[in-house]
Unconditional design. Sequence first.
Length: 163
Amino acid sequence: MGNYKNIEHDFIDRTMKLIAQYESVLHKYKFEEQYNYTLLLNCLLGVIVLPKERLYSHIPNHRMTKVLKAEMGLNESNINTDYKTLRDLIHALRNSIAHYSFEIISETNDYLINRIVFRTPQDSGFELIADFKSTELLPFLRYYADWIKSNLIEDRRRRIRVS
């Protein structure tokens, strides 16, 4: 793969394609060798952390309503209600990821991943940001990635029309 034409958009896009590529070959591996959640957690860097640093104004600032949560695939996950907008949530998730303030929860003795819990960093008291049901984190990430990429494309079109 070549260099980036637009790193902000392309990095998010390539990160999501990396997940899709892995999903397409996941069946080739024994269950014990499937690392889809490890990959997903690593990819949070490319979809949550990096865009927050360079694209803050493009992060959707919509209120975190029940309807929006459902659209994002968050039906059983718990989002702290102190985070009123998606932008607030992404900012908090960015800090949690960057400071390694998250934990992986297995609710049974088979060590399957049931929940991924994000908290504020230690110096902020380890308060709950979000408790994702493991199967809902990827749909949330896909929805968010598509939304921020759409915002970038629309912004680029707007700048071309103005110039």
